[in-house]
Structures are given as structure tokens and as C-alpha cells.
Design a protein around this ligand. Structure first.
Ligand SMILES: [Mg+2]
Length: 276
């Protein structure tokens, strides 16, 4: 049976603090050698994920902006993704990819945020509101990394402002009433269309992998609230530890907890999948 790995990036495959892929890199290569696909499934943008795909020599499909779109390299499957899915989904060709679009446009998302902020009288700021310099100060990303993070098509990340009190909860309710959702990815919250989450995107890809390989066994890895939809739809979902060595609280007992912070936990799961 074909095993397919769906993985979050920040705080899971990548180090929570410095976004390093060094710890996971050898295991990513070993999975590649065994022809086990490693599908990135992250709030990160296409531009950001392409950087990590290139650095890790990963040529598998990937899921961007928290499930908003699925990018499949042209010719990756033996069939046309458009033929397979265009009755159900919006499938477009972009560069060397077939793209299944599940989310809203970034313009719709930003309009919802603007209205929600005004109605809730809350001061919150995303990439579109901040200068590159401010983005770098908040995210500690270098300029080209910050630029890639700000190149968004389907979602916005709330980088600055209070996200703990009653006013924020009211803002979240307002977004919800506008057809948007607002989910925590660990450090920041992402706002996007309600029609998309990581779980739905993983379902779409699992359908395609199943079409190609027959039966597949899906593995999911994550660390935060926005990973729960992903961990719930895979056959076996794993939570890695947060930097304080605790796990995200969940009442889903099927989700396994790995002892290991971020990439340390990731490597343990990867190694359990690699045949000796
Ligand atoms: Mg994460």
C-alpha cells in the first residue's frame, strides 16, 4: 500500500523559532528515496513553499495558504487533474502546475477583515497593512522571506494587534458571518474563506493519490489548531510538541502525540515509516 505524508511546516517540519529545515532534511530525503510523497500543507504561500520544496528537493504536490489551493506539478499523476476534478472544483493551469482552488480571493478576505475591524472597533494588522520593514520586525524574517510571505492570493495573516480578549472574539464572529474563518497557526492567526481548510485540501489530494495508486495510507503531522482538520482526515494523525514541550489540547483521542518538539517529533514519525 502506498503511504502518503501530509505535513504542516512551521513548528512541525520547520523549527518554530528560526524556520530551519536542517533537523528534518535527512528524513525528507529518505522518504523521497522510498517514493513516499511528502506533501507540504501549510499557511505559507506558494512563493514560500516553493523555496522549501527547492531547498529540500521536494517535487510532490503542495497545499498553500491553509488549504486554500492545491498545487499539483503537471504530469505528476498519470491522468489530468482537471478531467478528474473540474466537475466539483475550480481547476486552473498555472506555470507548471494544475491548481485546485478551494478558497476565496485575497481581495474578498481583506474586505471582510476591513469591515470586521471597523464593526468590532479593533486594531489588527496583516501583511497588506504593514511595510516590509514592520513585517520583518514582527516575523524576524529576512527581506526576501518576508516578501514571499506577503505574496498572498487567498488569505491574510494577522501579524499585529491584540488577539486574546472579548473584542477579538467579536471580530472572529463578524468574520464568520461574512463567510470567512480565522484560525490560529501557532504564532499568528490566518483569515480565509470558510469553504477551505487543510482537511478539505488533504481530502482532494487523497482522492487523487487513491486514483493513481489504489489504496493509500495517509499520515498527517501538525502542531497547532489549524492542523486539526488535517489530522482528522488522515488515517493516522500526529501532533508534535510545541516549544514548551506540551501538545495542543484536543479531545480527538485518535490523534497520536509524539514526544519531540517540532522537527524532532517529525523525524521520529518519518523514521517509523522508513523501511529498513
Ligand atoms: Mg504549525
Amino acid at each position: 500500500m502506498k503511504t502518503v505524508v501530509f505535513t504542516d511546516l512551521d513548528g512541525t517540519l520547520l523549527d518554530f523559532q528560526n524556520y530551519s529545515y536542517q533537523t528534518a532534511e535527512p528524513s525528507v530525503h529518505q522518504l523521497g528515496q522510498q517514493e513516499i510523497p511528502v506533501v507540504f500543507c501549510s499557511s505559507k504561500t506558494k512563493a514560500e513553499q516553493e523555496y522549501y520544496r527547492s531547498a529540500l528537493k521536494n517535487a510532490d504536490p503542495f497545499i498553500v495558504e491553509n488549504g486554500s489551493a492545491v498545487f499539483i506539478p503537471s504530469g505528476y499523476f498519470s491522468f489530468s487533474v482537471a478531467d478528474q476534478l473540474s466537475a466539483q472544483y475550480n481547476v486552473v493551469a498555472e506555470d507548471d502546475f494544475e491548481v485546485v482552488i478551494l478558497g476565496e480571493t485575497v481581495a474578498t478576505v481583506r474586505q471582510g477583515i476591513e469591515q470586521g475591524r471597523e464593526e468590532a472597533n479593533i486594531h489588527l494588522f496583516g501583511y497588506a497593512d504593514l511595510s516590509l520593514k514592520e513585517i520583518q520586525e514582527i516575523t524576524h524574517l529576512e527581506e526576501d522571506f518576508a516578501q514571499r510571505a506577503a505574496t498572498r492570493n487567498f488569505s491574510e495573516t494577522l501579524l499585529k494587534g491584540d488577539k486574546s480578549g472579548e473584542t477579538f472574539r467579536r471580530f472572529q464572529d463578524l468574520l464568520y458571518s461574512k463567510g470567512l474563518s480565522c484560525v490560529s497557526g501557532g504564532k499568528f492567526h490566518t483569515v480565509m474563506g470558510q469553504g477551505s481548510d487543510k482537511g478539505k485540501a488533504v481530502d482532494v489530494l487523497t482522492q487523487l493519490f487513491t486514483q493513481e495508486f489504489g489504496e493509500v495510507h495517509t499520515i498527517g503531522l501538525g502542531d497547532s489548531a489549524n492542523d486539526l482538520p488535517l489530522l482528522q482526515v488522515v488515517d493516522t494523525g500526529y501532533l508534535v510538541q510545541k516549544p514548551d514541550e506540551t501538545w495542543l489540547t484536543t479531545d480527538n483521542e485518535n490523534i497520536k502525540k509524539v514526544a519531540g518538539v517540532g522537527p524532532e517529533g517529525w523525524v521520529k514519525v518519518a523514521q517509523s515509516l522508513i523501511a529498513v
